[in-house]
Design a protein around this ligand. Structure first.
Ligand code: BDR
Ligand code: CA
Length: 310
């Protein structure tokens, strides 16, 4: 089994990433840690608990993490995810509660106790991961891989920057310069992970509360992605990271040099992907470029089918 810690800010696509990770038998989900991103951390944490509850996930700890970026003022994404960070589905308040331990402490503890077999999967801003690296540098040699949803050769929050990197570019810089093996699911890849009508119909045909919840998420996400970006179908960015952990052949990737801009007036939060190797610098990131759409959605649908009927 591949051990992962999912560090997320649910988030419509983060929620589906949780369900794929917990519903796939080859993944051992060590913990779900939360961060401020799509909404404030109190909200993203509550959303993570709600996802677990609707899907009957009671054995995986949920830990609240950082509420503010390292340096910048916090920004959230209500236009895309609604005020709660996960608008659309109507879910009861969770009965499950968050652990006492802070997410950053949990990440450090689990890594230090491990044999170096834990993959970190951040699908929100990189604040918790950077904090953990600064607080306990000994974790660097313990991290198997970091599979990030963030960045790309273009932006979505500004013309240059993708949301997760933009929200905490200083944290992203710490992570990208850490020397730990990184695989990046940037917008070039995640904009291929489209929930088409055919996909939505397949999900709607699954009769359990988790799949019904995903259907409701997609209705809302489809609407905002159409309004804000003019997309016909919504891209479920974060799910790509978990799919890659399950089966790396779901993407085609290339090792390239990637650096994070933290000073640019117009380009703050941009990931500079050296596609043509013009810097001559050593490639530091495995950049996913092409998605196997059919394989990807088969994986998601199989996981959704694994949840219990009520
Ligand atoms: C990223 O930003 C969030 O809105 C999504 O959850 C995803 O992690 C896409 O830019
Ligand atoms: Ca996210």
């Amino acid at each position: 089994k591949r051990k992962i810690i999912l560090d997320c800010d649910p988030g419509h696509d983060d929620a589906i990433a949780i369900l794929l990770a917990a519903g796939n038998p080859t993944i051992e989900l060590v913990g779900i840690t939360t961060v401020a991103g799509n909404a404030e951390v109190e909200k993203t944490t509550n959303n993570a608990l709600k996802v677990c509850e609707i899907a009957g996930i009671y054995d995986i700890p949920v830990l609240k993490g950082s509420g503010q970026p390292l340096v910048r003022k916090r920004e959230t994404a209500p236009d895309i995810h609604g005020d709660s960070g996960m608008d659309g589905p109507v879910l009861p308040e969770p009965t499950r509660t968050v652990e006492e331990e802070h997410a950053v402490d949990f990440i450090i503890r689990k890594l230090m106790e491990s044999d170096g077999d834990i993959t970190l999967v951040p699908t929100g801003p990189l604040t918790n991961i950077a904090m953990a690296m600064r607080r306990e540098p000994a974790i660097l040699s313990k991290i198997k891989e970091i599979v990030i949803m963030g960045g790309g050769t273009f932006g979505n929050w500004t013309p240059a920057a993708e949301f997760n990197i933009y929200v905490d570019a200083e944290a992203a810089k710490v992570v990208y310069e850490s020397g730990v093996p990184i695989t990046m699911m940037g917008l070039d890849l995640t904009h291929q992970a489209l929930a088409t009508e055919e996909v939505s119909e397949r999900i709607a045909a699954i009769e359990n509360p988790a799949a019904k919840f995903v259907s409701d998420l997609l209705v809302f996400f489809r609407k905002t992605y159409l309004e804000v970006f003019g997309f016909e179908h919504p891209p479920v960015h974060d799910v790509c990271c978990v799919a890659y952990c399950i089966d790396p052949s779901v993407v085609e990737a290339k090792k390239l040099r990637v650096d994070v801009e933290t000073k640019g007036e117009l380009t703050y939060g941009m990931t500079l992907v050296d596609v043509h190797g013009v810097t001559g610098l050593e490639p530091n990131v495995n950049v996913a470029m092409k998605l196997d759409h059919a394989k990807f959605w088969d994986m998601v649908i199989e996981a959704l089918n694994s949840y219990t009927k009520v």
